[in-house]
Design a protein around this ligand. Sequence first.
Ligand SMILES: [Zn+2]
Length: 247
Amino acid sequence: MKSIASSITETLKREGIDIDKQIEVDCVKCGEPAGSVAQGFQHSIHCQKCVDKYEHDRRIEDTKAWWTKFCPALYRETDLNHPDFKRIYPMVKRYDDYRQNLIFCGSSGTCKTRAMMHRMKLALIAGRSVDVLWADDLDEAIETRKQSQLRERLLSVGVLGIDDFLTSGSAFEHTTKFLKGILDIRIRDQKTTILTTNLKARDIEADSDKFGNSTKADQQRVQAIIRRLRGEFKTIDFDAGIGDGRF
Ligand SMILES: [Zn+2]
């Protein structure tokens, strides 16, 4: 019995096409030499450069469409020449490795979130998957007990931004539990996280005992978070203008 492949080969041969014969072809798009292919396939050959360009253009288009949906309007366009941004961004840019975990620390209105979103955009263009945890999302997930869905979403991406770290309105204990879990797993999996916060470690410690009734477990969790942040993250202090600050 004849195989399907050999009967196709015979049919083509009857039509004057010998697919065992390799012929040199030019790219149908740009006309540059595109290597050799089996006879019969020469009409659809693109050179590697044209294939790469097509893939690249398509990725940019997909990225643009996704970003427009994903990024809040306020941060969608960043004026790279804005004085505040120009003052801050060189400190961020020093960390040109997208795997670097970063803390953008400073009072509100210092472009922290804008800088984070700009960094996310560059990571996205470089082909990483990105997501952002907004404080409202976390509050809502805690209120509706949907933490596990949110957790899954936040653990899956290559680069995660967490806006207003630990300033969520929800009960401190729930928030610290959730965020400690996210940080631990992302650090273990060597995935990048970028935080914005207007708190320093001492503020977080003070917050954790605001009502004087936090449990020992609470306090230990807060200490553990601070240790992770100090050990695994670089801090950029937006108030002091220090690119390698102390958290
Ligand atoms: Zn070409």
